[in-house]
Design a protein around this ligand. Structure first.
Ligand code: PEP
Ligand code: MG
Length: 590
């Protein structure tokens, strides 16, 4: 039995599938027969040629859209694809060991990674990231599917087959997108905390997940039976028959309850004494928007646009963004969508914006800071959002605002874009509200000043917590500090909510705590009425808030604010949740 961090609730028994690197499984994959070698070499040549054609086009497009310096990055990628030594190594492996070209490519990449790891130079580590990008590109042309992991899965599970549980060292943001459409029933990772991409992906799909399980990839082999308990943070590898049947029973109970809860999708979200509550969804793409409708969310409180940029072969232009946003809006519940501008950087990087090897990427050049440095890119996104604003009730949200100067600057940019669109005669939504994400403590502390110059607030508690407690949200070593059930968090949130109430400013919480029952009881008691969460949690939170009155929740919140330690708060809220709705305890992994 392994203990990790519980990041997405639920229990599942399934078959492990290991993903060890950017693509592929790490296990060498031989061809069915050595007779296939010539055809495989030909496929490799074609993949190289296609990658070069693509990169030629990207160099031109990125040059036009972003500038010559950014285009240089892809010129380097072209050189890597064209590298004769690399190609020769792949060919030699295919020929001598009858491996698939994909597998050979992966082995060559591992070789490079091993030699780079011995060299302590930032420059070379950046080059390794470029190598991974290029190898992923070539690899994607060696597979029928275009996702990074699907080819290695090899097949969709047939009826009666065990569900697949992904076991990985970590899941990169770019992979999270391609995993979105695969039949995965659980996720276990070595890296990552409660708000890592793997965790957010798992929650958005409502599948159990445990992260921070050190050593799991060394122990598990693809095909092993494995149990994931996403509530207790427990993983069992090759369980006994008794363990398997006990967990299967829990699995059935969990999914039955979930299915029953979704039946409340058409009922209004109200507390036990009739207070109106808005339950919104966090989404990344069109499929999530549809999921949000199915579970009865009344709108989208957070549309993370960076996934469009992460999954795009080059940089999406204004028209592509407009079409994408429009589609998302049309598929979203009530066409209510809050679109967040680009939140790249930190752990989410795209090659065309350049890679900077920063000692502390989360404290560095990320999010709005990066947008400011790419004014043309930023302007195109603002324009695309304003234009999409005609197709629904759309708001624009700015991440990581730290100072009032930054807020003034974005407000100015939005005004300028409105003026330009008007002058050009391009139609756009004339009632697109703009809002600020409160996720940097400096902005939370100066909330009064911010509220005077913005239409609404959305609290990004994932980041707010990591910055308040100075603990990287993706680092399992400090995950115990990134705890939403803490005195410091609730005090800061109270300050923000009170300020919003004084000024009548709408406020939402869109971090993961907005979908975690014990935290939600307190947030409701502190006066919050707008919660935005992974679609899978909407039915649970609706049921939870439907069984509590305002007076009760206010009492809980008042008491929480008197408590001094995380442990006291956790114990107190666990008892209150048990009283209010013991059936929903299984949905809390906070
Ligand atoms: C947050 O920080 O709480 C948030 C919602 O944004 P993200 O998780 O995308 O950083
Ligand atoms: Mg954030």
């Amino acid at each position: 039995m392994h203990k990790g961090i519980a990041v997405s609730p639920g229990v599942v028994v399934g078959v492990a599938f290991r993903v060890d690197s950017v693509f592929g499984t790490g296990d060498p994959q031989p061809l069915a027969t050595p007779g296939l070698v010539p055809a495989e070499l030909e496929r490799f040549e074609r993949a190289i040629a296609t990658s070069m054609t693509e990169l030629d086009a990207i160099v031109i497009k990125v040059g036009q859209q972003l500038g010559a310096a950014e285009a240089e990055i892809f010129k380097t990628h072209l050189q890597i694809v064209n590298d004769q030594a690399m190609q020769a190594k792949v060919r030699a492996l295919v020929e001598s060991k009858s491996l698939t070209a994909l597998s050979a490519l992966q082995i060559v990449l591992q070789g490079y990674a091993a030699s780079f790891a011995r060299i302590e130079q930032d420059y070379l580590r950046e080059r390794l990231a470029d190598l991974r990008d290029v190898f992923s590109r070539i690899g994607s042309h060696l597979t029928v599917q275009t996702t990074t992991v699907a080819p290695s899965l090899g097949h969709d599970p047939k009826e009666g087959e065990e569900p697949i549980i992904l076991v990985a060292t970590e899941i990169l943001p770019s992979q999270a997108m391609s995993l979105g459409s695969l039949p995965i029933a659980g996720i276990v990772t070595e890296a990552g905390g409660g708000t890592s991409h793997a965790a957010i992906l798992a929650r958005s799909r409502g599948i159990p997940a445990v992260s921070g399980v050190v050593g799991i990839t060394a122990e598990v082999r693809s095909g092993d039976t494995i149990i994931v308990d996403g509530r207790e943070g427990v993983v069992l590898v090759r369980p006994t028959n008794d363990e398997t049947s006990a967990y299967r029973k829990l699995q059935r109970e969990f999914f039955d309850l979930k299915d029953r809860l979704v039946l409340n999708r058409d009922q209004p979200a109200v507390s036990a004494d009739g207070a109106q509550i808005e339950l919104l969804a966090n989404i990344n793409n069109v499929a999530d928007a549809q999921a949000a409708r199915k579970v009865g969310a009344t709108g989208v409180g957070l549309f993370r646009t960076e996934y469009l940029f992460l999954s795009h072969p080059d940089v999406p232009d204004e028209e592509e963004q407009y079409q994408h946003y429009r589609q998302v809006i049309e598929d979203s519940p009530n066409r209510v969508v809050t679109i967040r501008t680009l939140d790249l950087g930190g752990d989410k990087t795209v090659a065309y914006l350049g890679r900077r090897n920063e000692a502390n990427p989360f404290m560095g050049w990320r999010s709005i800071r990066l947008s400011f440095e790419h004014p043309r890119l930023f302007e195109r996104q603002i324009r695309a959002i304003l234009r999409a604003g005609r197709h629904g009730k759309v708001s624009m949200l700015f991440p990581m605002i730290t100072t009032l100067e930054e807020l003034r600057h974005v407000n100015q940019l939005v005004e300028e874009s409105r003026r330009n669109l008007r002058r050009e005669g391009v139609p756009f939504g004339d009632d697109v509200k703009t809002g600020v994400m409160i996720e940097v403590p400096a902005a939370a502390i100066c909330i009064d000043a911010i509220l005077r110059e913005t239409d609404f607030i959305s609290v990004g508690s994932n980041d707010l917590i990591q910055y308040l407690v100075a603990a990287d949200r993706d680092n399992p070593k400090v995950a115990h500090l990134c705890d939403p059930l803490s005195p410091a968090i609730f005090r800061v949130l109270k300050m923000v909510f009170d300020a919003c109430q004084r000024t009548g400013t709408p406020v939402t919480v869109c971090g993961e705590m907005a979908g975690q029952p014990r935290a939600v009881l307190t947030l409701f008691g502190l006066g919050l009425r707008r919660f935005s969460m992974s679609p899978a949690f909407v039915p649970t939170i609706k049921a939870l808030l439907g069984s509590v009155t305002i007076a009760q929740a206010e009492r809980f919140a008042h008491q929480v604010l008197q408590l001094k330690t995380n442990e006291e708060i956790r114990a107190y809220l666990t008892a209150r949740l048990h009283e209010v709705s013991s059936a929903l305890e299984v949905f809390d992994s906070s």
